[in-house]
Design a protein around this ligand. Structure first.
Ligand code: NDP
Length: 435
């Protein structure tokens, strides 16, 4: 805490991982002597830079850009770029730290990083977004590369922003390489990347339920968020026979007791690409639903809760409400959406809890497959990628289960994910000596 003053999200992430790892490394002196955990919690480097751009009125705007390169023991740094007004160093350090374990869990050769800016894309014109992205990449390009650091999208960074940044990288360097993932299909992107995080989350939940000889069919699900992860999770869940009854955004949540349908999701996908539209408009379109301004959906009874919006959106009170209403499974689509107290309550109450670094790893896994396709200068077909995603999510689940098995049969997936993710990175770090 003294080394990283005020970085609350970063403290939270390191604390949560360290509590599980300490127990695991207790009888393994090599890890202590090499200070592996301490080294992992000190990013390899934190780059911060000025990003100047001009708005449509000709006014000069100044933003701060970041890239946190946390650890590259098992592969090039890899992790998304977030453009949101809340972005700061603490949030990006927590995300880069978590990403290191998540990427390790996928079994693919990727290290951990994260970046972004406090630029707020909401309400900006396409030209403003383009000018910002170009300016951002004009500095970032010197720190990234296809074998160095391969950023992707995250909140506020979709295919459009990736396009502007890739165009600028190519222009500055005159190199056509896989320096970013999440690219468009006609210029090096991978099929299935858009759907991968949300679909992967549902595959993970299916694996959790299969442990109890149960399935997702006929389950009632509360989802938060209405972005890429939330909508694709909802889409896959309803395809498998579940009923999804909530979605949310920063204005509040909608409760649709009749359940989402594919046509409702298609409408949302369309209107949500226009960043101005609030989820409140759902009720104008579908009168069976109600809108709850500035509220979260966690007091609505459900079998499965899938927080897919942002960090710390499930607090202690929300967790108590979910548990009292009989929730069976909570799986994190967003990064760290459950705060420390909420996670503690789920684990104590023996609720099946899928932590973000495992449950939402499908997106980065397919990004890893995009990197492989770019290196080979090939595009794989959709069926192959869907199969690979399903297989990767199953093996992530199994690794977490194997390291998280508790006496009495409860599977502590959070603990399992921390230990399994740590082990691979730690072994590589030990092999490299003191560097
Ligand atoms: P999007 O930008 O597509 O959607 C984010 C959604 O969350 C929007 O509905 C947004 O509402 C809502 N939201 C954002 N901030 C808040 C807030 N403070 N309170 C309530 N709602 C909020 O992002 P993604 O779906 O891509 O990402 C969501 C989460 O999943 C993030 O934590 C991200 O890091 C994580 N993730 C994403 C991956 C991906 O492949 N996309 C991969 C792995 C993790 P509004 O539109 O009103 O802002």
């Amino acid at each position: 805490i003294r080394r990283n003053p005020g970085e609350l999200e970063f403290h939270q992430a390191v604390h949560d991982v360290a509590s599980d790892i300490f127990e695991y490394i207790d009888d393994k002196p090599a890890y202590h002597e090499a200070q592996i955990l301490r080294r992992l919690a000190e990013p390899d480097r934190v780059i911060s830079f000025r990003v100047c751009w001009q708005d449509d009125q000709g006014k000069v705007r100044v933003q701060r850009g970041y890239r946190v390169q946390n650890n590259n023991a098992i592969g090039p740094y890899k992790g998304g770029l977030r453009f949101h007004k809340s972005v700061n160093q603490s949030i990006l350090k927590f995300l880069a730290f978590e990403q290191t374990f998540k990427n390790s869990l996928t079994g693919l050769p990727m290290g951990g990083g994260k970046g972004g800016s406090d630029f707020n894309p909401k309400g900006k014109s396409d030209n403003e977004i383009m000018r910002f992205c170009q300016s951002f990449m004009t500095e970032l390009y010197r720190h990234v590369g296809e074998v160095t650091d391969v950023p992707a999208g995250d909140i506020g960074v979709g295919a459009k922003e990736i396009g502007y940044m890739f165009g600028q990288y190519k222009r500055i360097t005159n190199r056509y390489v896989g320096v970013l993932t999440g690219k468009g299909l006609s210029w090096g992107g991978s099929l299935v990347r858009t759907e991968a995080t949300g679909y992967g989350l549902i595959y993970f939940v299916e694996n959790m339920l299969a442990q109890r000889t149960d399935s997702i069919s006929n389950k009632t699900i509360c989802v938060s968020g209405a972005g890429n992860v939330a909508l694709h999770a909802a889409e896959k869940a309803i395809t498998l026979g579940a009923k999804v009854i909530t979605l949310s955004d920063s204005s509040g949540f909608v409760h649709d007791p009749s359940g989402l349908t594919q046509s409702k999701i298609d409408w949302l996908k369309q209107v949500k690409t226009d960043k101005q539209v609030s989820i409140a408009q759902y009720t104008e379109q579908f009168s069976e639903a109600s809108f709850h301004q500035s509220e979260k959906p966690w007091h609505i009874p459900c079998d499965i809760a899938l927080p897919c919006a942002t960090q710390n959106e499930i607090t202690q009170d929300d967790a108590i409400a979910l548990i009292n209403n009989g929730v069976e499974v909570v799986a994190e689509g967003a990064n760290m959406p459950c705060d420390t107290e909420a996670v503690r309550l789920f684990r104590e109450s023996k609720i099946a809890f899928g932590p973000a670094k495992a449950a939402n790893a499908g997106g980065v896994a397919v990004s890893g497959l995009e990197m492989s396709q770019n290196s080979a200068r090939m595009s794989w077909d959709e069926a192959r990628l869907h199969d690979l995603l399903r297989d990767i999510m199953r093996s992530i689940h199994d690794r977490c289960r194997d390291y998280g098995q508790q006496q009495g049969g409860y599977i502590d997936y959070a603990k399992g994910a921390n230990i399994a993710g740590f082990k691979k990175v730690a072994e590589a770090m030990l092999a490299f000596g003191i560097v």
